[in-house]
Every structure is written in structure tokens, then in C-alpha cells.
Write a protein that binds this ligand. Sequence first.
Ligand code: X2X
Length: 336
Amino acid sequence: MINITRRQLVTAAASLPLFNILTSRANAAEFVYKFGNNVPETHPTNVAAKTVIERIREESGGRVDIQRFPNSQLGNDTDMLSQVRSGALEFYLLSPLRLSNLIPDAGVSGLGFLFSDYTAVWRALDGELGTYVRSLMPSVQLVGFSKIWDNGFRHVTSNSKPITTAADIKGMKIRVPSTRLWTSLFKSLGAVPTGLDFAELYTALQTRIVDGQENPLSIISFGKLYEVQKYCAFTGHMWDGFWLVANKTQWERLPAEMQDIVARNFDLAAAEQRKEIGILNTSLQDELEKKGMVFKPADRPSFQKTLIENDFYKEWQEQFSEQAWKLVQEYGEVSL
Ligand code: X2X
């Protein structure tokens, strides 16, 4: 019989990488927080998040350990939003329009055709418009970080026929994220919008529950939507981003110096993520064409005209506060 002492066993186990991970995780961190998002692991958002979490762990001397849950692993967007409000989830990345289900003014940045390029987007979101939206978050138990992450300009994709003019979209069943503003936008365009969370999108397209959807090229690529969509028209009907929000109570549990480390690093990560997304949202067209997608220019003025004719802007001017509408006029480029 071979006699192995307890000490020898522990020494042997400790040389295994898994043992080290398990014990260091269990021992070290004082604040173990979760970070949830809906995008695939390969999306630049998760690449940047992975690096930043490592930096935060190091700079905090191991006191802050943020565990990442990509790809709607903790549930769909509706679930994650209620989790982060209750404190079951500490950090969550979400579109300003999803937030607008709780705080209507948070949706101003997603008004149709508000921005035509990134210069206008960052001027508004890194400026007063962004500050204003963040100031509203504590009223729903959230705290927002100052740099919004990028998703991109959204374009309409479809399967049966390309959608290049407003007339083409009439009566088409288009998936939109489950929010009032998105639904209203596509209703005003004459489409039949179907509200679904991102976790349900691929299957809905595959089974033809909907004819089309709208997203930036990086989502079309990393979410493999090209497998179930044929056409993409460059409608650029909306810029969309991801606010990084924290549950307010959980955030306030962190000592000020830890908050500094987390906030500073998350803002740096947002800057890196913006750079990556900016490159991909233009360079991915080639790759998607090779995978079989067909790209078309879109008659953007026809879409804008339809929105105006159907009182879309008038309706939302009434929904938003006066202060939010002033920001729309100051930072937006839409001619109303
Ligand atoms: O659900 C979507 O379409 C996505 C991934 O773009 C957002 O989270 C808004």
C-alpha cells in the first residue's frame, strides 16, 4: 500500500491550476460582484470587459472580483434589468432605450435619425445629454458610469426581400428590442414591430416568426445573424449604445478608493471598446458579404419623411420632458 500523507496530497493538489483558482477566489476578494450582458463572448464588449476586470482585480489588490456573464447567461434583458434593480446583479450593460422603459427621458439618444455620425454622437453622449440621462438613474436604484459603450448605427436586415425604402418595410414583421420607443419607431415606419429580447432573436429569425430585424454590423456578425438573414440595407436609422449601470446599493458598499478604481477602469474600457466597434462596424461588410449577405444603400430620406408624416417626432416630443427635448434640439441633427 502506498502511504500518502495529507500534506503530500495538499501539495500535489495545489500544483493544479484549478485548485489555485478556486482557493484564491474563495479567499481573497472582499467584494465579489457580477457583470451581465447580452452580447456573445467574442463581441468586443466582452473582450474589453475581460481585460478591465483583470485590471480592477490587480489594482484593487484582489479586493474587487467581478465575474462576467456574457451572452444572456443570467437571463434575457428583461430578467437582467430587474436583477440589477434589485441588487441580485451588480453591473449590467443596456441600451438607453431599454432604460427608457423605466425612465422615458433616457431614450432621447435613440430618437430616429437623431445623429448622422460619431462626432455628433460623442459630443452629445460625452456631453450634457449623457450627464442628464445619468442624473436620472438613481431614481430607479441605478448608478451610471460616465462613458457609454458603443453598439453602433443600426441597419435593417431581412430575409425575403431587401428593405431599402420606407415603402418596402410596410407590413413587414420586424423584431425590435422590447421597448416603447423602438416599437413606436417601427410602427410609425409602417412595419409590424415584434418586441423580443436579444436572447430570443436568432431563433425567431430562423423559425421565421419575424421577417427581419435591425442591428449594427458587429451584432449581425458576432450574433451570427448572417446565418438567418440575407439582406442588409444601410438605414442607420438610430445610433445605439450600452450604458454600464451598477445597482446603487451595491455600488455604495464599495469604499471610495475602490469606486475610483472601478469607475476609472470601466471608462478606459469603454474608450477601447468604442475604438474596436468603430473599426468593425465598417470593416465587417466584406466579411459578411463573403458569408452570403447582400448589402444595399437605403433611401434614408424616405424613412425620415414617413416618420414625420406619421407624427413620430410630435408624439415623442410630448413623451419627453421639456429639458430632454431641448437636448434633442441642441445636440441632434434631425430637422423637425
Ligand atoms: O437586442 C439588441 O438588438 C441589441 C443587442 O442590439 C441590444 O442590446 C440593444
